[in-house]
Design a protein around this ligand. Structure first.
Ligand SMILES: Cc1ncc(COP(=O)(O)O)c(C=O)c1O
Length: 394
């Protein structure tokens, strides 16, 4: 059998994966500081399981509908704003991306993605027969991440769709309202459809404030004159429930364009009908738990972020994190030619994500998860500190 080019391209193992495989074959235990699966960190919530069990008892019928059951979409509109007609349920945000890429671009087309950014859209685009181009985000020490609007406009000009991640992964930077207005205007000018990924939106870590239900505070995508846009969110992050497999798309924009997009999106969703009735019927109950789940996890993330900065100083600095589940760490001393992530894996048996995985301009940067329970987290970052000290002295 001849594999398709789209399938073949994704099969290369990078040097880190090869090293990890070799260590595993040698029986060496590696400590992962990268894990962002909430179900492995004591974050599976019993109320989510109870909501699923209750919904399962009501799932004995099947009413195929491309947008998903109305009661689930009513719950989304009640929490996030808009009307139920603006929402489509999907099994995951990744699936929602795939549908939207099929909606907005023909094979050979281009999608703009943030650089640095989580390497999720590239394989999705490739499987859709598309390619990605990056638009730059710059880190300004002591301030945070800034959008390079000229670079953004140039990318949007070439791209059928432009992905915005709010807050970014791994940058942890929110799209400030003023910037959102500017990028919305550029997307409109260049006829590039914004796809706004908000899976980490509820995990705001700065200023100690809580984050309530949102929608009303994000008027830029609903404002008159705003471009056609698609917002994405889902239970994998909002309720720490990636196994439930439920996410959603929210459509907004000028009436005529939105109606045409809605019709096409209905046709795409109707082709798959991937959403489980049980998960959809549990959504209203799960959303009732989301504030509590989010509040508890924000406390842990803030605590771990503080512990990380303290444990690593002065061997490394931690970049400003406004929100999300990961932090970017800059080791202060890296011997010429060393790749910190590879060095830590080989010599300290610690797995961290290298900056290059996310197209971070600074190749020495590493990325760690803030999700583990404090005791496990503290042990991991103590080992990281020791590893960085050895790396600096090597
Ligand atoms: C920014 C971002 N969007 C989407 C996803 C995928 O979410 P889902 O589990 O809904 O496919 C991830 C996964 O980590 C992510 O980091």
């Amino acid at each position: 059998m001849e594999l398709s080019g789209r399938a073949r391209l994704g099969l290369g193992d990078n040097v880190l994966a090869q090293t990890a495989a070799r260590l595993e074959a040698q029986g060496v235990a590696v400590t992962a500081l990268t894990d962002t699966n909430p179900t492995r960190h004591g974050l599976s919530d019993p109320a989510v399981i109870a909501a699923l069990a209750a919904a399962a008892r009501r799932s004995g019928y099947y009413e195929p509908s491309p947008r998903g059951p109305l009661e689930a979409r009513e719950a989304l509109a009640a929490r996030f704003g808009g009307s139920p007609e603006q929402y489509w349920l999907a099994a995951s945000t990744s699936e929602a991306y795939a549908w939207l890429l099929a909606l907005v671009a023909d094979a050979g087309g281009v999608v703009a993605v943030p650089q640095p950014g989580y390497p999720l859209v590239e394989p999705l685009a490739r499987l859709a027969g598309l390619s990605t181009i990056g638009y730059p985000l710059h880190y300004v020490a002591g301030h945070g991440w800034v959008y390079d609007l000229a670079g953004f406009g140039a990318a949007a000009d070439r791209a059928a769709a432009t992905v915005l991640v709010d807050p970014g992964n791994p940058t942890g930077a929110y799209l400030a309202p003023a910037t959102a207005a500017q990028v919305a205007e550029l997307a409109l000018r260049h006829a590039s459809v914004p796809i706004i990924d908000q899976v980490f939106y509820t995990y705001r870590l700065t200023d100690g404030g809580g984050e309530g239900p949102r929608g009303a505070e994000l008027p830029e995508w609903d404002a008159p004159g705003a471009p056609l846009s698609f917002r994405l969110d889902g239970l994998s992050k909002l309720a720490c429930a990636p196994g439930v497999k439920l996410a959603w798309i929210r459509l907004a924009g000028p009436a005529g364009e939105a109606a045409a997009a809605a019709k096409a999106l209905d046709a795409i969703a109707d082709t798959y009908l991937n959403v489980s009735t049980t998960a959809a019927l549990a959504l209203a109950d799960i959303l009732q738990q989301a504030d509590r789940i989010g509040e508890a996890l924000r406390g842990r993330l803030r605590r771990n972020l503080r512990a990380l900065a303290q444990a690593l100083a002065p061997a490394a600095t931690v970049r400003r994190v406004e929100g999300g589940w990961v932090a970017i760490v800059d080791p202060v001393v890296v011997p010429e030619g060393a790749d910190p992530a590879l060095w830590l894996l080989e010599h300290a048996h610690l797995s961290v994500h290298p900056g290059w995985l996310y197209d971070l301009a600074e190749n020495d940067a590493i990325v760690v998860s803030l999700l583990p329970e404090p005791e496990q987290f503290d042990a991991g970052i103590a080992a990281l500190r020791a590893g960085l000290d050895r790396l600096a002295a090597s």
